[in-house]
Design a protein around this ligand. Structure first.
Ligand code: C2E
Ligand code: CA
Ligand code: CA
Ligand code: CA
Length: 278
C-alpha cells in the first residue's frame, strides 16, 4: 500500500521550485472538490484496551481526486488551512461525521462515539460553536456522540476565546480530547487551562515504545498525570501486539492503530461495526 500511495501522491511531491504552482493547483482543486463532493471520511476504530470493545472511531478526511486518486490529508490540509478553505471543509467534516453516526444508529448498530479533528482557523474564523451544535441537531444525534480533537495550534491562538468556547460546548455534552499530546511546547499548561476529557498520546512516543526506554517512561508518565487529573488516555499509532501489551500494563485506557485496523471507508466500517457490536 505504501508504494501505491507514493504514486498517487506524486503529483503533489514535485520539486521545491514548483511548490507555489502546486499549492495553487491544490487550492483550485480543493474548491472544486467541495462543489463536486470529492471528499470522503474514513473511520479508524478505537478500542477499550481491557474489554476490547469498540468505543470510538476517528473520522479522517480523504480526497478522492478523479485523476490523482486518493490524496492524503497530510498534503492538502496544510493548503486548506493556508487558503482558509479549511473552514468550509471542516464544516463538511463535522456534518458528515454526525450524519454517519445517525446511519449507524438507524442500521440498529450499537455505535461508538465519532472523533473529529478541528483546525485553528475554524475557531478563529468560523462560528465553530454554531457549526458543531447544528451538526448534531441536524443529524438528530446527541452531543455525547461527538468527540472533538484539539491540537496545540488551536489552544495557542486566542486562548481565552477558545477556552470559553470549549467550556460552553462541554456544558452541552460534547467530548474533548487533546490530540498529539506530548508534542506541543506547553502541553502541561494546556492541561491546566483546558477542561478536557481525554489525552491522545502522540504516535511518536508509541512507535518505538518497546525498544526505547525513554518513550516508555514518557508514556507511563502521561498516563499517570492523566489518572491524577481524572482524564482518560488513548494511544495512537499502535502497530504491534507487543506495544498493545505494554500499553495495557501501563494502564492506558484505549488504543488506536494499524494493529487494530487501518482507517477504512464508511461502508467497510459499517461491517466492522457489525462484527464488533455484539
Ligand atoms: P492525526 O489527527 O494525528 O491522525 C492520525 C494519523 O495517523 C492518520 O493519518 C492515521 O491514518 C494515521 N495512523 C493511524 N494508525 C496508525 C498506525 O498504527 N501507524 C501509523 N504510522 N499511522 C497511523 P491521516 O489519515 O493521513 O491523517 C493525517 C493528519 O491529517 C491527521 O493526523 C490530522 O492532523 C489531519 N486530518 C485528517 N483528517 C482531518 C480533518 O477532517 N480535519 C482536519 N483539520 N485535519 C485532518
Ligand atoms: Ca487526530
Ligand atoms: Ca494525532
Ligand atoms: Ca498528528
Amino acid at each position: 500500500a505504501k508504494s501505491e500511495g507514493r504514486d498517487t501522491y506524486r503529483f503533489f511531491n514535485e520539486e521545491m521550485n514548483y511548490e507555489a504552482t502546486e499549492q495553487l493547483n491544490i487550492r483550485v482543486g480543493l474548491r472544486k472538490a467541495l462543489e463536486l463532493d470529492q471528499f470522503q471520511l474514513f473511520y479508524q476504530p478505537q478500542l477499550d484496551i481491557i474489554s476490547g470493545k469498540l468505543v470510538g472511531a476517528e473520522a479522517l478526511i480523504r480526497w478522492q481526486h478523479p485523476e490523482f486518486g486518493m490524496v492524503s490529508p497530510a498534503h492538502f490540509i496544510p493548503v486548506a488551512e493556508a487558503s482558509g478553505l479549511i473552514v468550509p471543509i471542516g464544516d463538511w467534516v463535522l456534518q458528515e461525521a454526525c450524519r454517519e453516526v445517525a446511519r449507524w444508529r438507524d442500521a440498529g448498530m450499537h455505535h461508538p462515539v465519532v472523533a473529529v479533528n478541528l483546525s485553528a482557523l475554524q475557531f478563529a474564523r468560523g462560528n465553530i460553536e454554531q457549526t458543531i451544535s447544528n451538526a448534531v441537531a441536524d443529524a438528530g444525534i446527541l452531543p455525547q456522540m461527538l468527540e472533538l480533537e484539539l491540537t496545540e495550534s488551536i489552544m495557542i491562538h486566542n486562548t481565552e476565546r477558545v477556552l470559553a468556547t470549549v467550556k460552553r460546548l462541554k456544558q452541552k455534552g460534547f467530548i474533548f480530547t487533546i490530540d498529539d499530546f506530548g508534542t506541543g511546547y506547553s502541553s502541561l499548561q494546556y492541561l491546566k487551562q483546558f477542561d478536557v476529557d481525554k489525552l491522545k498520546i502522540d504516535q511518536s512516543f508509541i512507535r518505538d515504545i518497546c525498544e526505547d526506554e525513554d518513550d516508555a517512561a514518557i508514556v507511563r508518565a502521561i498516563v499517570q498525570i492523566a489518572k491524577s487529573l481524572g482524564l482518560k488516555t488513548i494511544a495512537e499509532g499502535v502497530e504491534t501486539a507487543a506495544a498493545m501489551a505494554l500499553l495495557q500494563q501501563y494502564q492506558c485506557d484505549e488504543v488506536q492503530g494499524y494493529y487494530v485496523a487501518r482507517p477504512m471507508p464508511a461502508a467497510q466500517f459499517m461491517q466492522f461495526l457489525q462484527q464488533h457490536s455484539r
